[in-house]
Design a protein around this ligand. Structure first.
Ligand code: GLA
Length: 376
């Protein structure tokens, strides 16, 4: 019996690893996912690679909504939190699951900033601060256009959105493009571009929640994390950076070597962060892609490696998840998923010494993030 199982297993593995030749129309599928409460159609786009791996996206929030990847036995599991219907994404249970966050992701202190002497006041949707672009028309809530993109590295879809001058009180007409590519190496490459007709702050991110044991698994505290970051941006009690770039050495934030997420987290429970909710300063020499993080589920062997050209990465341990029901009715328990959001440091618009988030006419905002899935 054991012999038969091992033969079946190796056959499965060979079939899974065997590259299949796909026609262009087989690398991308478009279908109606549902309608918003205002009656607007929301489309789902599925990208398929030569290994038969699928990545799914919806036009609401240009959201990365599903990604089934194999474990060390070849068993597939969807590692992304999300919903089966548009109403789920419109519900209170949606805490930015998989969306593009912005115009400025993370926090802006008191929602205030000034550019060239002109002051702006954004909505305070996370009192006392502004978070993830604001209220009703933040980028996670608007409907983006989706276009197929020819790419020799697997299927690609380009989401685009024109954020009009004054949307969520941000200045300037901002034209945004976010292209997701599923490569044949089971990587999801996210490439962001934006241009503006007035000086305005821009810092976009993808807010995917991962559990490598499969979305809906009880906890993410058993995952092992490594962060390529010797420093973090220390914050006040409202999670606004003080301006200090502090060393992680000797602190509960030192993930320069692998640690289980649950190993030290309880010592952070009575802090303003309520767990991990920190921006880390990625070690880098010069520009270009560097490895920022590596997350592993020792049980399944699934690994997520994050590369980016951005200065920072927010590590958030799902401290606000409360058991909301997601895909297939699964409950998303407290700390049952982790976010690794590549971005500029929080509140950079008010930190003149930090890498700037101000985009001016004639300049181009550009950001690359690669989520690479593998097994160990
Ligand atoms: C970011 C923030 C967290 C939380 C989540 C969304 O990760 O840093 O504090 O607001 O978004 O719930």
């Amino acid at each position: 019996m054991r012999y038969i199982r091992s033969v079946a297993l190796s056959v499965t593995l060979i079939l899974l690893m065997a590259p299949v030749t796909l026609k262009a129309e087989e690398m991308m599928k478009r279908e109606l996912f549902g309608r918003t409460k205002w009656g607007t159609n929301i489309e789902k786009i599925t990208l398929i690679n030569k290994k038969g791996i699928k990545a799914e996206f919806i036009t609401r929030g240009a959201t990365f909504c599903a990604m089934k990847v194999p474990d060390r036995e070849g068993k597939l599991a969807d590692v992304l939190l999300g919903f089966d219907k548009v109403s789920g994404y419109e519900s209170e249970g949606n805490q930015y699951f998989g969306c593009i966050a912005g115009r400025v992701c993370n926090r802006i202190g008191k929602g205030q900033f000034a550019i060239d002497g002109k002051k702006y006041q954004l909505y305070i949707n996370n009192p006392p601060n502004h978070l993830h672009g604001g209220n009703g028309n933040s980028l996670d809530k608007v409907v983006w256009n989706a276009d197929e993109v020819k790419c020799d590295q697997g299927g690609s879809v380009k989401f685009s959105y024109h954020s009009p001058d004054g949307e969520e009180n941000y200045p300037g007409n901002l034209l945004i493009e976010v292209t997701y590519t599923l490569t044949d190496n089971n990587e999801v490459r996210i490439e962001y571009y934006a241009t503006t007709d007035q000086a305005t702050p821009v810092s976009l991110t993808n807010h995917a929640y991962f559990n490598l044991a499969g979305a809906g698994s009880k906890t993410v505290l058993n995952h092992e994390l490594t962060l390529n970051a010797d420093h973090y941006t220390a914050t006040d009690e409202t999670l606004i950076p003080t301006g200090e770039i502090a060393p992680v050495k000797g602190t509960l934030l030192d993930f320069t070597t692998p640690h289980l997420i649950g190993e030290r987290i309880d010592k952070l429970t009575d802090t303003p962060w309520l767990g991990y909710d920190h921006n880390f300063v990625i070690n880098r020499k010069g520009d270009g892609l560097v490895q920022a993080a590596k997350l592993k589920d020792p049980q399944s062997g699934r690994v997520l490696t994050v590369f980016t050209d951005q200065p920072g990465i927010q590590f958030y341990s799902g401290n606000f998840l409360f058991g909301q029901k997601g895909k297939q009715g699964k409950e998303y328990a407290y700390r049952s998923a982790i976010c690794l959001e590549t971005q500029h440091y929080p509140d950079s618009v008010n930190k003149p010494d930090w890498p700037t988030v101000i985009l001016r006419p004639g300049e181009e905002y550009h950001h690359v993030c690669v989520y690479a899935f593998s097994v160990d």
